[in-house]
Design a binder for this molecule. Sequence first.
Ligand code: UTP
Length: 292
Amino acid sequence: MIERVTKAVIPAAGLGTRFLPITKAVPKPMLSVLDKPTIQYIAEELVSVGIKDIVIVVSPGSEVIGKHFGPAEELEERLLSDGKKKLYDIERQTQRFNVKFVVQKVANGLAGAILCAEKYVKKEPFALLLGDELMYTPKGKEPCMKRLMDVYLKTGKSVLATMEVFGDDISKYGNLGIGKDIEGAMEVTEIKEKPSVNEALSNYALVGRYVLTGEVMGMLKKLPTRRHEIELTDALDELAKKGKLLAAPFEDVRYDVGDKFGYIRANVEFALRSKEIGRQTKEYIKELAQKL
Ligand code: UTP
């Protein structure tokens, strides 16, 4: 029997060195896109596909993330007594998630972070969403996580999200060897981490959204440590070679907010979509573009 996916893991314990100095004291998941920390967007993405139980893997000293998802009585009382109901509702929205936190004491890689969540996930299938990638679902399109869960429910196999990249860009990603089509997804035959263009297996890159079967936790435990880290890709490659891994393309707009340019792009595009400042931002960008 194929078990339903009810739990999610968000590894968000990386050092965020590309964003120094801000990440010295502010955890990367608390960096804001418009007015919301990136980690809240990911929690909202999960709730939108019916996953309520969320485990966030954080680095030591990231208590502020817990504070963000917790109560704020004085602030709430003040907003209510000042008649600021809309702002009160915005604040209350941060408390609707069933989040648990687990600390990754040493940043020993993505696989290390996932293993920290084992006591919550146990042997169940789980959604895995990387903390520094945001997804935006345009109206009328299917959310990426929904697609992954559907493919998993039909096949019982682990599924990851994939997108096509062209030219030298493939060497920034995990690259997929692709086999036959199955249930709207593709079989993954092999994974190569950041290959050169000449060595690439295809144009398909893996991105930070997955549904993984319970078996993966066991595989992660057996992985070798390389340069102080254990890598998820090693386990995925093993799954692929056993014929147990699929890749599904998606319709969401993806933002790599762990990268400075991706972060700015996300801020600009979310500002353009905002009811509050969208029109103003558009006018400003048009004006600015004429001067560039
Ligand atoms: P990155 O490779 O982007 O690393 O991690 P990073 O430390 O966050 O950022 P830079 O490169 O130093 O700027 C990819 C994802 O895996 C998580 C990160 O939080 C990010 O969401 N991660 C990485 C962990 O949770 N633990 C780790 O040990 C490594």
